[in-house]
Design a protein around this ligand. Structure first.
Ligand code: HEC
Length: 202
């Protein structure tokens, strides 16, 4: 009985770990991790735009990272190979039920992924994916954008740590500062949150 339970636990552990690193179909398409909503939640940007026109109701950008990569970042300030992020964009709603002011989250508008995989994308290291059609099919897969995509360009130029927007993830900002892993081009003083700026200056 004990042995059977130990095997079951080991299998569950292996499954959990494998589900935290990218899995591809035989024709090289990334599978959307079924349980990304059980990953580490980093942020919910509200109505964030970077160039595109704003929607009348601001969308929420929910960012999740695989727990194993999160733990490595906490310990080193770096992202390990095969780190996987999911960005889930949801529309916002207001004045439903008892709500009279403010916004709460509603339908999924888009699900995207960012994966660190130098074997698959060479010097660019990070690859980006869009799971179009995810609203109707949660088992959707994505071929990903080719090297040099607009996704990669913006992330590579503006992300605070490697290609990732740690400047918008409050629980990671201090970790990157402690380990000194901001990109040389990133200026912590340009951080918009005055409290964070004063903390980072210490
Ligand atoms: C002009 C800049 C810009 C472009 C272009 C862009 N992003 Fe992002 N992305 C951001 C910012 C800023 C965030 C921070 C989270 C937020 O929006 O709240 C982010 C966050 C993310 C994240 C969460 C992990 C991380 O890297 O911080 C993923 C995944 C992601 N974007 C995927 C994509 C994909 C896929 C594309 C292309 C279809 C794309 N992005 C294009 C600016 C950009």
């Amino acid at each position: 009985m004990m042995i059977r339970r130990a095997i079951a636990l080991a299998l569950a552990g292996a499954w959990l770990l494998s589900a935290q690193t990218p899995e591809y179909t035989s024709d090289n398409r990334l599978k959307l991790p079924a349980k990304y909503r059980e990953w580490i939640f980093l942020s919910s940007g509200l109505g964030m735009t970077y160039g595109m026109a704003q929607r009348p109701d601001p969308a929420f950008d929910n960012v999740f990272v695989a727990p194993s990569a999160y733990r490595e970042f906490q310990a080193t300030g770096h992202w390990p190979e095969k780190t996987m992020f999911i960005l889930e964009v949801r529309s916002s709603a207001t004045h439903g039920s008892i709500n009279r002011a403010g916004h709460y989250q509603s339908d999924v508008l888009a699900v995207e992924a960012g994966v660190k995989d130098s074997v698959r994308c060479g010097a660019e290291k990070w690859k980006y994916f869009d799971f179009a059609g995810v609203r109707d099919n949660p088992a959707v897969t994505s071929a990903g954008f080719p090297n040099g995509s607009a996704c990669w360009m913006c992330h590579s130029k503006n992300g605070a740590v490697e290609n990732t927007f740690v400047q918008f993830y409050p629980t990671l900002l201090y970790v990157a500062r402690r380990f000194g892993t901001f990109k040389p081009s990133y200026d912590p003083k340009a951080q918009a949150n005055p409290h964070v700026v004063s903390q980072l200056a210490k």
